[in-house]
Each structure stands twice: as structure tokens, then as C-alpha cells.
Design a protein around this ligand. Structure first.
Ligand SMILES: [Zn+2]
Length: 217
């Protein structure tokens, strides 16, 4: 059973690992953003409700997000496992996920948390440059484009995103830890928590995650 929650702060390399895991183990990637878009496009009752709330400019309440997760995890493509990304974010959401597990027959059995020291995350993010045209991402020291300030892929002009500066990133990071630390404790208590060191490099990290997943497949 590979019913997985993937956690990690911004800049830890979670996106890269998520992509490798879903390709390598043929799992659906369930991110809350995509889930909202799909439910709204499909016009499900919860999707329509969410749409009205988003259009009003209000925050989608927990019951709806939880309902959507339940709807999504009940779908056929999740019967052999799933990779949940960006959910749960709070203890009430984690409790709700635990409660729906037996009901839909697909309880979470692995929580993967990728961590990287703060100073490394800050360096990665502060040096990040992105191409607004194609979405490619570079780093002023670790992944330089061939010509300074120009995208290798499409020739677009690289920019330093506003919320990638050190001060606002530290705030994002603090918010992340404040909201996820209770989740770490929750899943440790549940015996589902697995910690991975994001400093080992992308390839060794994926191999380590693979080993855990193969044990549980
Ligand atoms: Zn580009």
C-alpha cells in the first residue's frame, strides 16, 4: 500500500521528488490546487460550492477542502495508492484525513518529510532566478544560465521573484514550520513519519525514498 503524504519546506526539492515518485511508482499526484481546478471544471457539487466561494474572494473552509480530498481519494485511480501534496496543512485536516481513511478504505500509511537546513533553503531561494515565459528556474551560483539573465530554453529575460527575497522567504519559512510542526508530531505518534535529509542530492534522495516505498508496496 502506497498511500503517501509528501511534506517539505519550500526549496527542499519536494517538487522534483514528487515527479520522480509518481512516475516511478505510477501513483496519482494529488495537490490541493489541481484538485480544486479539476472539481470546478467537472462541476461536482463541492466544486461548484468552492467556485462560488473563490469567486466571492473568500477562503475555502476546511469542510470543503476535506470533502474534495475525500471525493478525490475515492476515485478509481487511487485504489493502488496516491501521493498527497499540500494536504493536510493543519491538525483538524489531519484528523479528518485519518477519519476518512477506513471509510474509503485508503488510509495514509507513509508520511515522507524532506528537510534541509534553513540557511541552505535561504541561499537556494535568494539566488533563484526564474523565466516568466517558460517557467524554467536557475540559480545565480549553483545553476547559472549560459548567458547571464537570459533563459537557456527560450531566451526569455530571467527575473528575481518578489517573494523570493530573503526577508519574505524567512516569513514563509516560519509560517511553514509553525503550521507543520504539529503535523510532524501527529504523524510520529501515528507511527507513519519518515524523515529524509534533502542535503544528500536529488538522486541519492530519490533512491532512499525508493527503498522505503519498495518495502511498503
Ligand atoms: Zn524560458
Amino acid at each position: 500500500m502506497l498511500n503517501i503524504i509528501l511534506m517539505g519546506p519550500p526549496g527542499a526539492g519536494k517538487g522534483t521528488q514528487a515527479k520522480r515518485i509518481i512516475d516511478g511508482f505510477n501513483l496519482p499526484h494529488i495537490s490541493t490546487g489541481d484538485m480544486f481546478r479539476e472539481a470546478i471544471a467537472a462541476g461536482t457539487p463541492l466544486g461548484l460550492e468552492a467556485k462560488a466561494i473563490i469567486e466571492r474572494g473568500d477562503l475555502v473552509p476546511d469542510e470543503i477542502t476535506i470533502g474534495l480530498v475525500k471525493e478525490r481519494l475515492s476515485k478509481d485511480d487511487c485504489k493502488d495508492g496516491y501521493l498527497l501534496d499540500g494536504f493536510p496543512r493543519t491538525i483538524p485536516q489531519a484528523e479528518a484525513l485519518k477519519a476518512m481513511g477506513p471509510e474509503i478504505g485508503r488510509p495514509v500509511n507513509l508520511v515522507i518529510d524532506i528537510t534541509v537546513p534553513d540557511e541552505v533553503l535561504i541561499e537556494r531561494i535568494a539566488g533563484r532566478r526564474v523565466c516568466p515565459k517558460c517557467g524554467a528556474s536557475y540559480h545565480v551560483k549553483n545553476m547559472k544560465p549560459k548567458a547571464e539573465g537570459v533563459c537557456d530554453r527560450c531566451g526569455g529575460e530571467l527575473v528575481h521573484r518578489k517573494d523570493d527575497n530573503e526577508e519574505s522567504f524567512i516569513v514563509r519559512l516560519e509560517n511553514y514550520y509553525t503550521s507543520t510542526q504539529p503535523l510532524v508530531d501527529f504523524y510520529k505518534k501515528e507511527g507513519l513519519y519518515h524523515h529524509f535529509d534533502g542535503m544528500v542530492g536529488y538522486e541519492p534522495l530519490y533512491e532512499a525514498i525508493c527503498e522505503l516505498l519498495k518495502e511498503h508496496r
